[in-house]
Design a binder for this molecule. Structure first.
Ligand code: NAP
Length: 284
């Protein structure tokens, strides 16, 4: 099978690159320089030229705060472009694997993990564009994986920011009143690659995937500082209202992964285990 990974220089795309040499399939990796997914013509031409049968779309507009003032661009990348890929796959009988986010939910007031069939109610621009992207992906055979708090060895993410700040600063205040699950991009890529390799692609629909467990951003930062030996930096818990933000972030945003585990028969590592392996790759 010819597989195209878009947005391949991002966190998740980079992890698919690393897994591809062990695959029995032919993988093609593009980022915006090689294939701008917001061009319908370019997407269709690429699919035809390379006989693409599966697109794994890792391309996205992921700046949650900036999306508030530039929703049109976020909508083009996160939704309209997903429709172009879905249409291209529908035309050749192919399939789209797409990624979405806990931001399609506004947070669960009951403080229980969100299941796939709960109604989406995004409270910000990024969540709205990602929800529209899910609807666009459904124009072809598709699987959508919603994930949360993605981090990796690459790009911009909370882990790399905290490693820098805890090395530089004597004290850091981090919010303890937002709870979710950090997810190692390497674990998500491996879970999806396992499904692709096994050919278990008949389970169309939407699934939640994050690492196991729950923590606050404060707990996550605390664990990073401890594991990196940056213990000279004091990490102090604070409330979200100390950090004015254009986006209202849910207090409790945990994805229920039962459906993923029942369907694909995979165990999911705990978030501290994902963090340990990611930091080992950074030689920390
Ligand atoms: N990051 C998170 O915390 C998080 C949480 C939940 C879900 N997700 C979802 O998980 C998926 C992967 O996220 P990620 O963190 O790996 O994203 P990422 O690191 O931001 O990577 C996205 C990649 O897409 C590229 N891209 C942007 N516009 C493009 C275009 N028009 N054509 C082709 N490529 C384009 C980006 O290039 P530039 O860098 O040059 O823009 C970047 O290389 C996304 O669907 C995201 O919404 C992420």
């Amino acid at each position: 099978m010819n597989i195209l990974v878009t947005g391949a220089n991002g966190q998740l795309g980079t992890h698919f690159r690393m897994l591809a040499p062990q695959s029995r399939h032919a993988w093609l990796f593009t980022d915006v320089e090689e294939l701008d997914i917001t061009s319908r013509e370019a997407v269709t031409a690429f699919v035809d030229a390379h006989k693409v049968e599966l697109i794994i779309n890792c391309a996205a507009y992921t700046n949650v705060d900036r999306a508030e003032s530039d929703e049109a661009t976020a909508m083009r990348i996160n939704a309209e472009a997903v429709g172009y890929m879905a249409d291209a796959m529908a035309a050749v009988g192919g399939m789209l694997i797409h990624f979405s986010t806990d931001y399609v939910f506004g947070g669960n007031p009951n403080n229980t993990p969100c299941r796939e069939d709960e109604p989406a109610n995004p409270t910000g621009a990024y969540g709205r564009t990602k929800l529209a992207g899910e609807q666009a992906a459904a124009r072809c055979r598709h699987i959508i994986f919603r994930t949360s708090w993605l981090y990796s060895e690459y790009g911009k993410n909370f882990l790399l920011t905290m490693l820098r700040l805890t090395a530089e600063k004597p004290e850091l205040r981090v919010v303890f009143d937002q709870v979710g699950t950090p997810t190692y991009a390497g674990d998500l890529a491996r879970a999806v690659a396992t499904i692709v390799e096994s050919g278990d692609l008949d389970h169309q629909g939407t699934y939640h995937f994050a690492n196991e467990g729950v923590c606050s951003w404060y707990d996550f930062a605390h664990e990073i500082a401890l594991r990196s030996g940056h213990t000279a930096c004091r990490i102090l818990p604070c409330h979200s209202d100390e950090y004015p933000s254009p986006v209202r972030r849910p207090a409790y945003s945990v994805l229920d992964k039962s459906l993923f585990k029942q369907t694909f028969h995979q165990e999911i590592p705990h978030w501290t285990d994902g963090l340990r392996r990611c930091m080992a790759n950074l030689e920390l």
